[in-house]
Design a protein around this ligand. Structure first.
Ligand code: DGY
Length: 349
């Protein structure tokens, strides 16, 4: 294994060079213990200076892999392996042009992200962020308990409030796992907006409905999604097609008791519009694991300043078991790619 800063490393003849720009934790020995591979641990900022001659790259979702990187690597490059389910940071047309395989880590993180989405929904609806700050700021000692202080909006159904509609923008594996968890809260209706051109899924929806004991599961348009969701989960991929889909017009249609949760990509939400929606009470609260401006999200960010907004630093899949498994799959993907084999989990494009 080599660790380089900014010089172009030379690899021995007949050995594959893999440039690793992220922390693979306990999975790194899967690469470093092989005698046919040289591993270079490089910060992504130094990628261009170090990538020449590489057969494989290991990156995370913040690392942009585009034509410049591929050109700098040269003709040996066979595989890019990302430790993420999202892959919009990799320019697929360029990969296809050069016959480069792309590995990623779907499925493994579904449960961890679904758990954190439910956590954010509960935190945002029950004002957990605001209450926690209250205690941290030492305000509890002078507080006289009153029945309506810190009241939030309730996610579970009750005999006196018997229906709840959960909405999804992006209705894939993670959304289904969230819905499954929320069925235990007595959610009655599920609505979702499919991606444009997606096939009709009436049979699957009926299956979900009966399996989870819901009243209905239905496709709706964006306006209906905004109007009817009590809790709205954003789990759509990023990229130009979804950029700022949640804008001022959308947020103005939502209910003052509704909660918005974003565990997908920050770019889907216009942060300025959301901060205004929270300030002016168009919606009840927001739970965000991702923010458009991340990682430049400090205490002065308008969403961090909103008391009814809970912001987490993109930790949706950060459960140790899950991240270790993601790292193992990422290592196995890059290894298969450099050896010219089919990736265990690769993109079809
Ligand atoms: C992903 O996998 O795309 C996440 O955003 C990071 O876990």
């Amino acid at each position: 294994m080599s660790s380089t800063a900014n010089s172009s490393p030379l690899t021995s003849p007949n050995r594959h060079k893999i440039v690793v720009c992220t922390d693979l934790g306990p999975a790194l020995p899967l690469l470093t213990e092989r005698h046919d591979i040289d591993v270079f641990l490089v910060q992504f900022a130094w990628m261009l200076q170090n990538v020449v001659g590489a057969s494989g790259l290991v990156v995370c979702f913040q690392d942009i892999v585009d034509r410049e990187v591929v050109d700098a690597a040269g003709p040996n490059l066979r595989v890019v392996s990302t430790i993420s389910v999202g892959y919009e940071h990799i320019t697929l047309e360029v990969m296809a042009d050069h016959g480069i395989q792309v590995g990623y880590t779907p499925d493994i993180l579904t449960d961890a992200v679904a758990d954190s989405a439910v956590m954010l929904a509960l935190m945002a609806s029950r004002r957990a962020g605001q209450s926690y700050t209250f205690v941290k700021d030492n305000q509890w000692p002078t507080f006289h308990w009153t029945p309506f202080a810190f009241c939030g909006s309730q996610i579970s159904t009750t005999s006196f409030s018997p229906t709840r509609t959960v909405g999804f923008l992006g209705f894939g594996r993670i959304a289904h796992a969230v819905l499954q968890r929320l069925s235990a809260f007595g959610i009655t209706h599920c609505i979702y907006t499919p991606r444009p051109g997606a096939p009709d899924q009436a049979a699957r929806d009926e299956n979900l409905r009966s399996h989870l004991n819901l009243v209905s599961v239905a496709q709706v348009d964006l306006q209906t999604l905004a109007r009817k969701s009590d809790v709205l989960f954003l789990l759509a991929p990023g990229g130009e097609a979804t950029r700022h889909l949640i804008d001022e017009a959308f947020l103005r249609l939502m209910r003052p008791t509704s909660v918005l949760v974003n565990n997908g990509r920050g770019s889907v939400v216009d942060s300025t519009a959301l901060a205004k929606a929270l300030k002016e009470g168009w919606i009840w609260g927001a739970g965000l694991d991702v923010v458009d401006e991340e990682p430049q999200v400090g205490p002065e960010h308008p969403l961090v300043k909103e008391p009814k907004c809970v912001v987490l630093p993109h930790i949706g899949s950060a459960a140790l078991e899950t991240r270790e498994e993601m790292a193992r799959l990422t290592a196995r993907n890059v290894l298969a790619g450099v050896l010219g084999e089919r990736l265990p989990v690769g993109l079809d494009y």
